[in-house]
Design a protein around this ligand. Structure first.
Ligand code: G3P
Ligand code: MG
Length: 433
């Protein structure tokens, strides 16, 4: 018996879509994603729905999402409408600012360099941040040698955009220099304070931290005795835990976010939002490094030690169901805008390295969603061989290229099986006649 042809069989007429560049109008290529009202079944009855709502508004307001990315389909390219990929970034595609070698080939494979002769749509869902979505996409484009559009990208702080209307004066923590202030202002926050502004106003705030001359110059002079900080947003990893925690703690213990005051109840401070909850992450060191989730744990423990009270904070990002709801809508719009596919994929392959965020989130969302979300764990990041992850993936592979191959082979086999079943059914019908 001869081996099955690698030409992917058609199943029910919807396995893939043949597009030509003449079918895509300039308007359809350049229009930014519009908001898709989430179906009821996706609105999980948990605090995740608040996160989802925030993301919905955030998505709506990313005007630059209009830039089309790589999958501008050349004529006669086959694009599957059956399945898609969603990629975590750190530990899967990038490590310590450099691409994981197999990542470049994996992207090429999805963009048509594969034995099946097809393209597969994909998006990126990272908990990372610290720069604008546009800036991050540009960087990712260079690292992965493809074009990445904000229309196929979500980062940890994307949903914080929605909070711009709710809070006037906010403290923004983390990231390099003034970058997170710029991101927050770009999101529409009207009055953004940084820890540098607070130290500039009173350098005794942080006994062991003096501002550099550049920091001093960039920080804004104001009298904090007259300012009420309404909310605290940790946008990116803190570059100075001691100072940042001191300032956050001062605000949490204050009367209504006014520095220099002390609440008697310790219940009058502003709320704290973290853009994600990853306790560890994968970067250039051989071993994992502590991340924003560790700062969160530390802050909550410190607040308890100092005040005797529990501190409740909120985290966005994976594994929140809201993040996956948002990813669903992003993918739907991306497939529609760039591939003219106006239906959800049957399967989304989510490739991640962190069991607690990527695998947990994918598996939990799989049990909520109408379609299938298939978790693939790679060995290039947080997960270390020899340990047993608390959240079990559907598959574990060496790297992102293997993850892409795994999904494509699985889909090929599924399509082949469906096609054989179709032809058997047809044969029986002919015999019966
Ligand atoms: O700081 C970012 C890191 O915790 C995780 O990023 O891409 O693995 O979700 P990512
Ligand atoms: Mg990761």
């Amino acid at each position: 018996m001869s081996a099955p042809s690698l030409a992917v069989p058609s199943s029910g007429g919807r396995f893939m879509r043949r597009l030509s560049s003449t079918e895509a109008t300039r308007e359809s290529m350049s229009m930014g994603p519009t908001v898709v009202v989430p179906p009821k079944h996706l609105m999980a009855p948990s605090n995740a729905s608040e996160v989802a709502a925030a993301m919905e508004v955030a998505r709506h307001e990313i005007d630059s999402a209009a830039t089309p990315g790589t999958p501008i389909t050349p004529s006669e390219t086959l694009v599957t409408d059956k399945y898609a990929y969603a990629f975590d970034i750190d530990g899967v595609l990038i490590r310590g600012g450099k691409p994981i070698p197999e990542a470049i080939q994996a992207m090429k494979m999805l963009n048509g360099e594969n034995e099946y002769g097809i393209k597969v749509p994909y998006i990126f869902v990272t908990n990372g941040g610290g720069k604008t979505e546009q800036e991050r996409c540009l960087q990712l484009s260079q690292q992965l040698e493809i074009e990445v559009s904000p229309g196929q990208f979500i980062c940890g702080h994307t949903p914080m955009r929605e909070m711009a209307e709710r809070y006037k004066t906010v403290l923004v923590v983390g990231g390099e220099g003034e970058k997170c202030r710029q991101v927050a202002e770009g999101y529409g926050f009207k009055d953004v304070v940084t820890p540098g502004d607070i130290i500039k106003d009173n350098q005794d705030t942080t006994p062991f931290r003096k501002l550099t001359s550049e920091e001093y110059e960039n920080s804004r002079a104001r009298n904090f005795a007259e300012v009420e900080i309404e909310a605290i947003f940790v946008f990116a990893d803190s570059r100075d835990w001691a100072s940042d925690q001191q300032i956050i703690l001062d605000l949490l213990m204050s009367k209504n976010g006014r520095l220099g005051t002390r609440s008697e109840t310790f219940e009058e401070g502003p709320p704290v939002f973290f853009s994600h909850n990853d306790v560890v992450w994968s970067t250039s060191h051989d071993l994992t490094r502590i991340g924003m989730g560790a700062l969160r744990v530390s802050l909550e423990a410190m607040f308890k030690a100092v005040t005797g009270k529990d501190l409740k904070t909120t985290a966005f990002g994976k594994p929140q169901i809201g993040t996956f709801q948002f990813a669903t809508r992003l993918l739907q719009q991306w497939r529609k805008d760039t591939h003219c596919i106006d239906m959800p994929p049957d399967t989304v392959y989510f490739v991640g390295d962190t069991p607690e965020s990527d695998i947990r989130g994918t598996n939990e969302f799989d049990s909520h969603a109408d379609n299938s979300w298939y978790s693939i764990l790679v060995r290039t990041g947080v997960f270390q061989e020899g340990t047993k992850p608390r959240f079990q993936p559907k598959a574990t592979v060496d790297n992102v290229l293997e993850a892409v191959k795994h999904g494509m082979e699985r889909e090929y086999k599924k399509a082949l099986k469906a096609s054989l079943q179709d032809s058997n059914a047809l044969d029986s019908a002919v015999v019966e006649e």
